[in-house]
Ligand binder design. Structure first.
Ligand SMILES: [Zn+2]
Length: 300
């Protein structure tokens, strides 16, 4: 459902005439069907957890990403998938030899149910402090309700069909703030567009004797079901910011965009398992494609 990368809603966007009664009904049906599907397999089949580089690990599902950044004074988890992905993430953390109770900080890229859904469960299991941008914090604490969403969508959240158990947001950061846990330091970049509080993260990872720059890029695509007036200007700013970030390794909240499985398979036989994840060209191509989508005026 919240397949931010899908093209499901493009045809809806073109049918502006259907905005009256038709659109909410169609949107409702599509979302319910996709939600039902997503809770079975769509984007959250079980995936093997693995080390990407240094202390940076993948603990997410087949498509909805979740990351562990492990440290001697506690760990950070970024994103939590759907509500039902949380158990999978915790199993992955355990399989890698870490304890969920050592997770000190929870972060989020964007508060839609495919990335914010499992945060409350992870928080409950870990007692971790949750950090979020102001607009994301509001949505997270409202169980995924985004004031920019179309009414039909919001109504489904209000009646409990969509949405998720809200995590407790302990701290709100500003653009450019750095969140630290011992030696771990992640810098927040509010790259709005997909949502107002969409947050990209940059941080260094030590892999052997090299320091690699990691970027977790937030989606910049616009869903036809969630728009706001400053969205175009926000996206322009976000593209500039994302382009300004050095990225040896890049990831996104949807694993298919950054080639999780392909890179994971390649890492199994690589001389240095981190090497297949070093992909600055892929990062540029991702931004180029997102910007081309923006220039074309398409929504999803
Ligand atoms: Zn998504």
């Amino acid at each position: 459902m919240w397949e931010c990368g899908g093209r499901t809603f493009r045809h809806l966007a073109r049918r502006r005439v259907a905005v009256g009664l038709g659109l909410p009904i169609i949107v409702t049906l599509v979302f319910v069907l996709r939600w039902a599907n997503a809770n079975k397999v769509g984007g959250q089949g079980p995936a093997e957890p693995f080390r990407i580089a240094g202390n940076f690990y993948y603990v997410g599902a087949t498509d909805v990403s979740a990351f562990l950044i492990a440290g001697p004074e506690g760990h950070v988890v970024l994103d939590a998938g759907y509500p039902t992905t949380a158990q999978m993430i915790m199993a992955s953390i355990a399989k890698l030899g870490f304890d969920i109770r050592d997770v000190r900080v929870l972060l989020n890229s964007e508060p839609d149910p495919d990335h914010g859904g499992g945060l409350a469960a992870l928080q409950q299991a870990s007692s971790a402090q949750m950090w979020a941008s102001d607009p994301s914090a509001d949505s997270l604490e409202a169980g995924g309700d985004d004031p920019d969403g179309v009414l039909a969508l919001r109504a489904l959240i209000w009646i409990g069909v969509l949405g998720y158990p809200p995590p407790r947001v302990d701290h709100r950061f500003r653009d450019g703030d750095t969140i630290r846990v011992g030696p771990i330091a992640l810098t927040a970049h509010i790259t709005a567009g997909h949502t107002r509080g969409c947050t990209s993260w940059s941080f260094p990872v030590q892999d052997g004797d090299r320091i690699l720059s990691v970027v977790s890029a937030c989606d910049t695509g616009v869903l036809a079901t969630s728009t706001y007036p400053e969205q175009a200007a926000d996206r322009e700013r976000s593209f500039r910011r994302l382009r300004s970030l050095p990225a040896d390794i890049w990831v996104t909240a949807h694993a298919r965009w950054w080639g999780r499985y392909r890179k994971f398979v390649a890492s199994q036989t690589a001389q240095n398992p981190a090497d297949p994840f070093i992909d600055p060209q892929g990062y540029r191509a991702f931004i180029d494609a997102a910007e081309a989508e923006f220039r074309s005026g398409r929504t999803r």
